[in-house]
Write a protein that binds this ligand. Structure first.
Ligand SMILES: NC(=O)c1ccc[n+]([C@@H]2O[C@H](COP(=O)([O-])OP(=O)(O)OC[C@H]3O[C@@H](n4cnc5c(N)ncnc54)[C@H](O)[C@@H]3O)[C@@H](O)[C@H]2O)c1
Length: 267
């Protein structure tokens, strides 16, 4: 006999989700998407006002959210954030590692080739895109295991981490490192029904890349590399994250899903 189809495939009403860097861009839309499916959402951002605005919007529209300022590159800050989240919402059983790019205080990049760069220039990329993910996974897993209801670890990486991006070598390395971590965690945590996956995105319309997406000439040239000739929208990413967070994805782990308009294609 075939299984009955669930009424709401994406129902997250029993879940508490922490979305890092959720004060704008992909993270903000993801927080809204998860809340719309019923999850209580911890909206983290380095910039407190951004997190408060997004959490306020979710609460005003009938959802449940709290704002927690915190720097994911600091393990102490992340553990403090988890303590508060658990005090206020009981547990955290969905983690979306979204904070990334060049971090909260991007340096002025020199534009020099990698082989001429000072190591100080790659540190912010490694800090937020690799150490931030390590910190958040490390802090959130004990709560998931203690609650015993399984869990979801989802990391937003970049196609740069899959196929490489010239000029963004350290960023590419950090994202690839995060993807390796997620695969290893998938193996460590499968027996607890905690899944661990990545979403690899290409150019997506957010404040971080506004200079690129608002330059029509540059955009036209860039889009020749995309099968679907538009940049991504945060909602494209949020939809995949929501699916991975849901029960519909309970047998999906250790994978990286590109959401990239065909910028690169899988075998
Ligand atoms: N936008 C793109 O084209 C693109 C492409 C590939 C991958 N990505 C990845 O997608 C994710 C989201 O990107 P976006 O463009 O929406 O981001 P964004 O830079 O527009 O916003 C990120 C938010 O994260 C916050 N943040 C930064 N460092 C933080 C830290 N250390 N602790 C807590 N919060 C921090 C920022 O304050 C900001 O509000 C990132 O991981 C990024 O690397 C984005």
């Amino acid at each position: 006999m075939s299984e009955l189809a669930p009424e709401n495939l994406l129902d997250l009403s029993s879940r508490v989700a922490l979305v890092t860097g959720a004060g704008q861009g992909v993270g903000a839309t993801t927080a809204h998407y998860l809340a719309t499916q019923g999850a209580a959402v911890v909206v983290n951002d380095y910039v407190a006002e951004r997190a408060e605005t997004v959490a306020g919007e979710i609460n005003e529209s009938g959802g449940t959210a709290i704002a927690l300022q915190g720097d994911v590159t600091s393990f102490e800050a992340v553990t403090a954030m988890l303590t508060t989240a658990r005090e206020q919402l009981g547990t955290v059983d969905v983690l979306v590692n979204n904070a990334g790019n060049a971090g909260a205080n991007p340096l002025n990049l020199t534009g020099a080739p990698f082989w001429e760069k000072d190591p100080a220039e790659w540190e912010p990329f490694l800090q937020v895109n690799l150490y931030g993910v390590l910190n958040c996974c490390r802090a959130v897993i004990p709560a998931m295991l203690e609650a015993g209801n399984g869990g979801r670890l989802i990391t937003v990486i970049s196609d740069a981490g899959r196929v490489g991006e010239p000029g963004l070598e350290a960023y590419s390395a950090a994202k690839a490192g995060a993807a390796g971590l997620m695969r290893a965690l998938a193996r460590s945590l499968g027996r607890f029904n905690v899944t661990s996956n990545c979403v690899a995105i290409a150019t997506t319309r957010t404040p971080a890349v506004e200079a690129m997406t608002s330059n029509e000439d540059l955009l036209r040239r860039m889009l020749t590399n995309y099968i679907i000739r538009r940049v991504g929208e945060p909602s494209d990413v949020a939809a995949m994250v929501t699916f991975l967070a849901s029960n519909a994805a309970s047998w999906t782990t250790g994978q990286t899903y590109p959401v990239n308009g065909g910028f690169s294609v899988n075998l």
